[in-house]
Each structure stands twice: as C-alpha cells, then as structure tokens.
Design a protein around this ligand. Structure first.
Ligand code: ADP
Ligand code: MG
Length: 314
C-alpha cells in the first residue's frame, strides 16, 4: 500500500479505537484465513465469578474458602481474583452478594488481615498455584496440577467436575497435604457480541478457532455456545505459538486475538497479533494491532479496513 493509503487506513482505524502498528501488518490482515481466539478474557468477558463451592471431608466451608483465597492472593490470574473476591464476601457477609453495598462499613474489609500467610508461593502457568498455609501444603488448580503431585481425584469429585465443565464452567480442585478436599466452580460469560462476530467471520470466509489452556470439556461447551467448531484446549501457555505454527504450515495467514500475558508468544508468532481490551502491557507490546474498545466486532472492522485499503491501491 502507498504511504498515503496506510495513513488513511490508520486514521480510520483510530476512530474505532483500533491501533495499527505499521503498513505491513495492515496489508497482511486481508489475506487472513484463520482467526485464532484465546478463550478467557477474549471470547469471554474475563470477569470470572465463583458459582459453587463443594467440600468433601467435613472441613468448614468458610475455613476452606479462606485457605483457598490465601493460596490465590498472590496470583494475577482472573480465576484467582474470582476466588479471592468470593471468599472475601463469604468471610464478611456470609457469602451474600446483596450485602456488598455495606462493604465500606465493615472494619478491616480493605486489608488482607482475614487471609492466612501463604509461604513458598509458586504459580504453575496453565495449571494453578501451590503454597504452604498453617503448615499444610495447599494446591489449587486443575487435574494436571493434581496429577503431578499424585493427588487422587476420587469419583465424587470427578463427577462434580464433569458436571461443571459440561455447563461451560471451570472446575478448580483444592488439595491439602496432597488430599483432595474441595472443588470450586467458576463461570465467565461470553462477550455479548461474540456469537455474531463468529458468524460474521464465517461469512467473510474466515475460519474461527479457539485456543485455550482450559480443559477440553469446558472449552467445547463454550465453543458450542459461540459457534466455533475448531477447538484446541489444554494448551499450555508456551504451546500456543506451536498451535499458530501448525495453522501456518500450508502458507495460510493467521490472525491471533488475545488479551493476557500468556498470549504474547502467540501474538508474536501469528502473522498478525491483535491484543484486545485493556490487555496487559506485554500483550500490547507483542501485538501488531491493539483493539482498545475490547469489542470483538473490531476484528471484523480490521479485516474490512485492510481489504478495502489493499483493493483501493490495486
Ligand atoms: P486461558 O488460556 O483460558 O487463559 P490459562 O492457560 O491461564 O487459561 O490457564 C489454564 C488453566 O490452568 C485454567 O483453566 C485453570 O484450570 C488452571 N489455572 C491457571 N492458573 C490458575 C490459578 N491461579 N488458580 C487455579 N487454576 C489455575
Ligand atoms: Mg486470556
């Protein structure tokens, strides 16, 4: 494209909150064959909320939630924030969200004084967290995390997990001293425009794909809701770039849309990386496009804009 065409397109993009980092990326977008979407925070709102908590061995629910929140307090993950928020409300208001309005009246509510000290905190990307609380080893995460520590997921827990996952929720397992003690269900709603945008991409002859670190059952349930048929699940953060390369093998142009710190290798590996939303600085840095309005509609706008710009110069 001529410098003028690029300048015009960049200006049009900017009016939609679409930042385009250079003419090369702008030209590559019109050849797109696959758009790969991260799930959490990209297709979904990224506002995860705990929907249920189940304990198995007679441990007090409040005590259980405080331990789990203490273990997650140092994690930046959206799941961790959902858990801490839920436990906090349970702790101060017996879990009643209606009581939220009174939060400012409760002493100590803005401090973390209600949490236990978590020692030796470790985060395992794509798996969960580990620490030591009140002298006990605490694990919070998925099946992979439990399997690596040899924690047995007994039938009752597994059945509950499957039920959550079939309902498009993420089940989070909790173990104390390598014994499973409870499961939390976390839900994250689809962005309102998601299904319409997926439909729109198909009409443009572009194939939508979901890539996620979440488990297969949840991933498939969410994909079905949004109308995506091609799913890659249980992909560790480091593996997302490999997934991109597999789609590029036959020379296809791949756009990756993601929001998280985990997505930056994939954003960099794609022919065009699009960081969506407030994003993390590192995702924005790795991307060729930044979709500032956090709306998936701008993926279609970006493709339209590129196609129009390139056809105008030909
Ligand atoms: P996504 O690709 O959907 O953004 P991630 O790669 O960040 O997902 O995480 C994948 C899975 O790893 C989560 O669905 C969850 O099961 C587990 N996980 C990661 N971090 C945490 C955490 N802090 N607490 C509990 N589970 C976690
Ligand atoms: Mg994400």
């Amino acid at each position: 494209a001529t410098p003028t065409a690029v300048m015009v397109a960049t200006g049009v993009g900017a009016t939609h909150g679409i930042l385009i980092k250079g003419g090369d990326a702008l030209e590559r977008v019109q050849k797109v064959k696959y758009v790969l979407f991260d799930k959490t925070g990209t297709l979904t709102q990224g506002k995860a909320a705990v929907t249920s908590a189940k304990v198995f061995n007679g441990i007090d629910l409040g005590q259980f939630l405080t331990i789990v929140a203490s273990a997650e307090a140092s994690s930046e993950h959206p799941l961790a924030r959902a858990i801490v928020d839920y436990a906090y409300h349970f702790h101060f208001f017996d879990g009643l969200p209606e009581a939220k309005a009174g939060a400012q009246n409760v002493k100590g509510v803005n401090s973390s004084s209600w949490l236990y000290d978590a020692l030796d905190f470790v985060a395992f990307p794509g798996k969960g967290v580990q620490s030591v609380i009140n002298g006990k080893k605490v694990l919070v995460g998925n099946r992979k995390l439990m399997a690596e520590s040899g924690v047995a997921v007994f039938t009752q827990a597994e059945n509950y997990l499957v039920e959550l996952e079939e309902n498009a929720q993420t089940g989070i397992l909790v173990a104390l001293d390598d014994s499973l003690v409870g499961v939390l269900g976390v839900a994250d709603r689809l962005k309102r425009e998601a299904a319409v945008v997926i439909e729109g991409l198909k009409k443009l002859d572009v194939r939508p794909v979901m890539v996620t670190g979440d488990n297969w059952r949840t991933a498939k349930a969410v994909a079905k809701e949004v109308g995506i048929h091609d799913v890659r699940a249980e992909v560790l953060p480091a593996g997302k770039a490999d997934v991109i390369h597999s789609f590029q093998k036959d020379g296809s142009t791949v756009v990756m849309v993601g929001d998280g710190v985990n997505d930056s290798p994939a954003l960099a590996a794609a022919d065009v990386g699009m960081a969506i939303g407030a994003g993390t600085d590192i995702a924005i840095e790795a991307a060729d496009y930044v979709l500032m309005r956090n709306s998936l509609e701008d993926v279609i706008t970006a493709i339209d804009l590129s196609r129009k710009t390139v056809s105008r110069i030909r």
